[in-house]
Design a protein around this ligand. Structure first.
Ligand SMILES: *[C@@H]1O[C@H](CO)[C@@H](O)[C@H](O)[C@H]1NC(C)=O
Ligand SMILES: *[C@@H]1O[C@H](CO)[C@@H](O)[C@H](O)[C@H]1NC(C)=O
Length: 368
């Protein structure tokens, strides 16, 4: 089986993903306009998966100015899923997102994920955390609803009560590895699947999945967002053969398939996104700055976008997997936030600076 692999966004600096198959678009233009052209060019390709060969040929012959309109299309898919702001809506319609995480040691991560979800456009964010973490998280922000239940003996029931009102769950930011908490998260994941609610899994949520892949295997509304280390751990849990470290795209595809085609986003120099069928590459220009918390911005915004994408349905995503569109949108947004914050603060950029850029980055990418 071949890989359909498409490079999207401006070319990054430095070394290329050597594993990208021959047909992928991997051309860097030095000119400033070049980056935009690559983004647009690749966007066009993504719209027309099946006859990829033909489209690539066409796209190559089209990298001249007049085809710009055609090439806007992948950004357009994300624009298509963004709900319009109208006065007819009531609070909650654009997203009620649950964040499962926050323990004694880690309180920043669930805050970052929750506030990012709000700034991207969710109406309400609920954080389900350990008792001790709750007052700390509340003190960061009056905008989050905080439930101090995650380390209680009836945590699953407490979270389950809220599930009918939640559109998506983000599991993992600041979760930690306490046995009692992880056991509760097992139950929460089972309840989430039973209700067919989309779930984004990151950080120590992925550690749990590596212990017990069956928890998520084959669940079509799950998106896992591993970094390199978390990716290797998942690989070892579900695949026997060694990972081909030269073939990043192939590895992401294989891991997704081994997990029953759950969507996997491998974060890195380029973000690679696969649903076991296609591999997308997100190379929106970010910066060399990698501060802790950036992954929480991604998981929180992905929580909202996956809800929007599923709500919009396959017509709005022109047949592309809504989960892939959401993941691509959230990766692109996170990288643009990094880029914009870096322009202002350089080496001192932190995740708080990046979150302050969510509004302008979102408008620039998706509201134009
Ligand atoms: C990368 O891995 C995929 C999936 O296993 C495979 O189809 C592809 O041929 C590999 N590419 C290279 C360049 O080895
Ligand atoms: C995953 O997707 C691939 C490619 O479409 C398909 O061949 C495979 O059967 C699927 N696996 C599962 C478990 O659905």
């Amino acid at each position: 089986m071949g890989i359909h692999c498409v490079a999207i966004g401006a070319c990054g600096r430095g070394k290329m993903d050597t594993g990208v198959p021959r047909m992928a678009v991997r051309t860097c233009w030095a000119a400033a306009a070049g980056a935009a052209v690559v983004a647009l060019l690749s966007a066009a390709i993504a719209l027309h998966w099946p006859p990829l060969h033909a489209v690539l040929q066409r796209a190559f012959s089209l990298h001249t100015a007049h085809s710009t309109k055609d090439m806007e299309n992948f950004f357009q898919l994300v624009r298509n899923i963004v709900p319009a702001l109208t006065s007819k809506k009531h609070k909650g319609q654009d997203g009620r997102i649950g964040i499962v995480g926050g323990c004694q040691e880690y309180t920043g991560a669930p805050y970052f994920a929750g506030i990012s979800a709000l700034k991207v456009g969710a109406d309400l964010t609920h954080v389900f955390c350990a008792r001790e973490a709750a007052p700390v998280i509340k003190s960061y922000s009056p905008e989050l609803i905080v439930h101090p239940v995650l380390d209680s003996s009836n945590a699953v029931e407490e979270v389950e009560k809220w599930l009918p009102r939640l559109h998506a769950l983000v599991v993992g930011p600041g979760l930690g590895r306490d046995d009692l908490i992880l056991n509760n998260v097992r139950g929460i994941l089972e309840a989430t699947k039973a209700r067919d609610i989309p779930v984004v899994i990151d950080a120590d949520g992925l550690w749990l999945i590596a212990q017990q892949p069956a928890l998520i295997h084959g669940y079509q509304k799950a998106i896992l967002t591993p970094n390199r280390v978390e990716f290797s751990r998942l690989w070892e849990a579900v695949l026997n053969d060694p990972m081909d470290t030269q073939n990043h795209s192939g590895s992401v595809l294989k891991l997704s398939q081994a997990l029953g085609n759950t969507t996997v986003v491998q974060k890195g120099e380029h973000d690679l996104i696969s649903n076991g069928q296609h591999v997308l590459v997100c190379s929106q220009e970010g910066s060399g700055r990698r501060c802790g918390g950036q992954g929480d911005l991604l998981s929180g915004s992905l929580g909202v976008m996956v809800h929007w994408a599923l709500l919009a349905g396959p017509q709005k995503t022109h047949g592309s997997s809504p989960l892939l569109v959401a993941a691509w949108g959230a990766c692109t947004l996170t990288r643009e936030c990094n880029h914009q914050a870096f322009q202002k603060y350089g080496r001192s950029t932190t995740t708080t600076d990046m979150i302050a850029e969510v509004g302008t980055a979102f408008n620039k990418l998706f509201m134009t």
